[in-house]
Design a protein around this ligand. Structure first.
Ligand SMILES: Cc1cc2nc3c(=O)[nH]c(=O)nc-3n(C[C@H](O)[C@H](O)[C@H](O)COP(=O)(O)O)c2cc1C
Length: 206
């Protein structure tokens, strides 16, 4: 059975519209994939400091063997890198904050996008190493953003980052207008749930 890594940041708890999409995804995919849950609300990803960044540069760009203090500093990053590399599918779930991903989700991306692991530079240019992995991004936003609206920077940022790492697919599913009127919201939620159902059908078809 293939593995799906769910990377979530859901600070609104049961009120969360992003969580409604995740619950739908988990319900529909039940028994079809092994779920590994990386809960960024409960366990914050590490941030580079002087020691861990020095270790990363020395090992991942310099090919050096690390001293104990460097190995210790980079270990929390390595655990996250191994986890995402082992996944066949990755589902990111979060609210839109300030037109973009919440900072902790970007911190997670910064913690796992390791040279030599998710991408590498070659003589002919950069190469993504996540080629067989598919990603879905489930997110709620207070406003409703038509495709290409420049105020919604979630797709452009992740298109660049996930694209650089070579993800085979990036599918965005948005519940928009959660702070708007109930009719528009109901329609938006229903449309997003239908897209989640299709995602599950496409990904886990026998
Ligand atoms: C700190 C913060 C910043 C937000 N920034 C935006 C924003 O820039 N654009 C927007 O449309 N909604 C924004 N919202 C509204 C949320 O995206 C909206 O409430 C959404 O439903 C949150 O997702 P959730 O229901 O999964 O918690 C913001 C909410 C918070 C708490």
């Amino acid at each position: 059975m293939k593995t799906t890594l769910v990377v979530s940041y859901l600070p609104s708890g049961e009120q969360s519209f992003s969580k409604k999409l995740l619950d739908r995804f988990l319900d529909k995919s039940h028994g079809k994939t092994k779920i590994v849950h990386r809960n960024l609300l409960k366990n914050h990803p590490p941030i580079f400091d002087e020691v861990s960044l020095e270790a990363y540069r020395a090992r991942n760009y310099g090919g050096q063997k690390l001293a104990d203090h460097h190995s210790k500093a980079i270990k929390p990053f390595d655990e996250l890198v191994s986890e995402i590399k082992a996944a066949d599918y990755v589902v990111f779930v979060f609210p839109m904050h300030n037109f973009s991903l919440p900072g902790v989700v970007k911190t997670y991306i910064d913690a796992v996008f390791f040279h030599g692991e998710l991408f590498q530079y070659t003589a002919t240019g950069p190469q993504g190493l996540m080629g067989n992995t598919k990603a879905a991004i489930l997110y709620a936003s207070g406003g409703a953003y038509e495709p290409g609206n420049p105020y919604n920077v979630v797709p452009p940022v992740l298109d660049i980052d996930l694209g650089f790492a070579g993800f085979g697919e990036k599918r965005y599913i948005n519940v928009g207008g959660t702070l708007g009127g109930p009719d528009g919201l109901a329609k938006s939620l229903e449309a997003a749930q239908t897209q989640v159902d299709k995602l599950v059908a496409d990904w886990y078809a026998a």
